[in-house]
Every structure is written in structure tokens, then in C-alpha cells.
Design a binder for this molecule. Structure first.
Ligand code: HMG
Ligand code: MG
Length: 310
């Protein structure tokens, strides 16, 4: 299998933790519902490929995201794996369901814009924050780890460009309520590298350290890797990605697939940055999943490497 020549660049971290979101962000957006056993096998294969943080599913209202309505059936099938398996919980009802199954790594998901808060959570931005507050408090009291997603950090399909100050305000609120880490979502993929650095810098100035920040890029305009490199240069070491580039958001028109994990691993490998991921196994997993979904992966790296194998 072809691999990139390793040529390290200046000012980059030696290691990056990939937060794999394919099983959640990817599969929540599929038209058809993937059988629970296939999802479990997907997660097992991702773990076998060396991913150590694999977002497994969401404990949301099953009518809102029917593709993930089998969370109760799926989680026990994978909970013994030696990896972190965070799950999304929007409210205390979702947290109860997750805790009952032994999940201790949870993620709440806020919005920087009113339009998306309404579309995704049926709440205003501040009502959603109030909904998350007891979730974060209880999860922390149970010894859990809480990620706070923030969507529409760069642009919003209804409201257009999103002012950095608006994003910083909601980030601060998530940090103040006790989130251990934040994930800055470019839900519709409109960010460019200068915008990424501007947001990270403003967050630092507002007292949010880079060490607590992850980035979550969607690749709508082909900017996800450039944005990732800009974030790495700023010191970010947690990057969200989705195997095979699966993904989107059912409540945000124009949200396409996430940054493909394979494309990310290819770049990081070339830069000499350790991820612990076996690219061959990961590509094989995405080809296997693409067969189940009945269409090829949009990832350039998956296409290039799987083509070579034929
Ligand atoms: P709502 O309709 O306002 O719910 O939805 P409610 O609080 O009024 O409750 C209504 C009923 O739903 C009640 O039942 C609740 O018990 C039940 P009733 O008393 O009428 O019989 N209910 C639940 N049942 C099961 N599990 C639950 C739950 N909660 C309430 N957790 C709600 C509000 C938040 C529930 C809904 O809007 C929802 O589930 N939204 C989830 C949307 C979603 O999952 N979106 C995708 C994830 S976000 C994303 O993809 C972006 C990200 O990738 C980052 C990026 O790219 O930007 C993270
Ligand atoms: Mg997303």
C-alpha cells in the first residue's frame, strides 16, 4: 500500500488524538437505517484499526434521529471494547438512558445560532444551555467526562456568517458549566484557515485554553484539511473525523460529510504526527461500510488506496 513520505514540519504537535465520529455523525445522516449488528461490527473494526475514541451513538429522541434509535441495543454490544465510547445526550432523559447502560463519557451539543438551536433542539440557545446544565452536573458527579459540542461556529445556513464573539459567548457558557472539552463544529463546512485561527485566538483571550479545544470540520468546500492544519499550528491536538467521510447533520441543510479520517491520517502520517491508526485497516473498514451503504466512500484517500488493492 502506498504511504506518504514522512517529512515533519515545524511547530506541530507530536501526537494527535482522533475523535472518530463515523458511527454517530456518519450514520445519523444515512437515509436507510443500518442494522445494529453492522454498527457494532463497524465500531469493532474502527477499534481494531487503532482508533481510541469512537463516538458510538446518541441517546436523543428516537423520532428526531430514527437512524440511532437502537442506542440501547447497540451500546451493550460494544461497551467491553478497550476504547473510549462517548455518546451524545441532549437532556436528562438522554443522560438517564446512557448512565443506565454504564456510559460515562457523554457529549452535549449546543448551537452558536438561534436558528440551529431551534431546528436541532427545539430550544433557544439559552434554553438549550439551561437544558444541558443539569446533564453536565450529574455526569460529572458520576465521575464522567463531558464534551461540549458547539455547532455553527463559522457559518449558519439560515443566518450566514456567525460573529466570533457570538461563538465565544456560548463556548464560555459550556466551559463554565463544567465541560471537560469543547468541539468547535463547522457544521456546514464554510470555515477557512484564517477564520479558524481568529476563533481559536479569541477563545484563548476569553480564558479558554487550547488544550481543552477540539475541532470538528465538515468538508463541504474542501477546506477541512487546511482548517485542521491551521488548528494544529495553533496547538490543537484533538481532531474529529469520520471514517470514509460519512456524515452530515439531519437538521442542517447543506451539512455534508465530515473530514474523512483516512484523509486526516494520510496528512498526519506524512507530517510524522503519531495517531496510532493503521491506515490499511481503516481503509478496509470504510470500503466494507461503503458496501453496506451501497455507494463509494467520498474520501479521496479511501478511493486512491482501495483502487490500488484491486
Ligand atoms: P422536544 O420535542 O422539545 O422534547 O425535543 P421534549 O423535551 O418536549 O420531550 C418530548 C418527549 O420526548 C417526552 O416524552 C420526553 O420524555 C421525550 P413524553 O413525556 O411526551 O412521552 N424525550 C426523549 N425520549 C428519549 N430520549 C431522549 C428524550 N428527550 C425527550 N433523550 C430534544 C427536544 C432535545 C429531545 C430533540 O430536539 C432531540 O432529540 N434532538 C436531537 C437532534 C440531534 O440528535 N441532532 C444531531 C446531533 S447534533 C450534530 O450532528 C452536530 C455535531 O455533529 C457538530 C456539528 O457538526 O456541528 C455534534
Ligand atoms: Mg457534525
Amino acid at each position: 500500500m502506498t504511504l506518504p513520505m514522512v517529512v515533519p514540519a515545524q511547530d506541530l504537535p507530536p501526537r494527535v488524538r482522533i475523535h472518530e465520529v463515523g458511527a454517530r455523525d456518519g450514520l445519523q445522516n444515512e437515509k436507510s437505517t443500518v442494522p445494529t449488528e453492522v454498527k457494532a461490527e463497524f465500531v469493532r473494526r474502527l477499534a481494531d484499526a487503532g482508533l481510541t475514541t469512537i463516538e458510538a451513538t446518541s441517546f436523543v429522541h428516537p423520532k428526531w434521529v430514527p437512524q440511532l434509535a437502537d442506542a440501547e441495543q447497540l451500546f451493550p454490544q460494544i461497551s467491553g471494547l478497550p476504547v473510549d465510547l462517548p455518546v451524545l445526550v441532549p437532556n436528562e432523559r438522554g443522560l438517564d438512558r446512557a448512565l443506565a447502560l454504564g456510559a460515562r463519557r457523554v457529549a452535549v451539543f449546543a448551537s452558536a445560532t438561534e436558528s440551529f438551536a431551534k431546528a436541532n433542539l427545539n430550544r433557544t440557545v439559552d434554553e438549550a444551555l439551561a437544558m444541558f446544565e443539569p446533564v453536565v452536573g450529574r455526569a460529572k458527579a458520576e465521575g464522567g467526562h463531558v464534551r461540549g459540542y458547539l455547532s455553527m461556529c463559522f457559518g449558519d445556513p439560515w443566518e450566514g456568517a456567525v460573529p466570533v464573539a457570538q461563538v465565544v459567548r456560548v463556548c464560555r457558557a459550556l466551559v463554565d458549566m463544567g465541560c471537560d472539552e469543547l468541539s468547535l463544529g463547522d457544521t456546514i463546512g464554510v470555515a477557512t484557515p484564517g477564520h479558524v485561527v481568529a476563533l481559536l485566538t479569541e477563545l484563548n483571550e476569553a480564558g479558554v485554553p487550547t488544550a481543552s479545544l477540539g475541532v470538528h470540520f465538515h468538508d463541504t468546500y474542501g477546506q477541512a484539511l487546511a482548517n485542521t492544519l491551521a488548528a494544529l499550528r495553533h496547538g490543537v491536538t484533538t481532531v474529529d473525523a469520520s471514517a470514509g467521510g460519512l456524515g452530515g447533520c439531519p437538521y442542517a441543510k447543506s451539512a455534508t460529510g465530515n473530514l474523512a479520517t483516512e484523509d486526516l491520517v494520510w496528512m498526519l502520517r506524512g507530517l510524522g504526527i503519531d495517531t496510532g491508526v493503521d491506515l490499511g485497516r481503516l481503509v478496509a473498514t470504510s470500503v466494507w461500510m461503503a458496501d453496506h451503504l451501497g455507494r463509494p466512500s467520498p474520501s479521496r484517500t479511501v478511493r486512491a488506496l482501495s483502487h490500488q488493492e484491486q
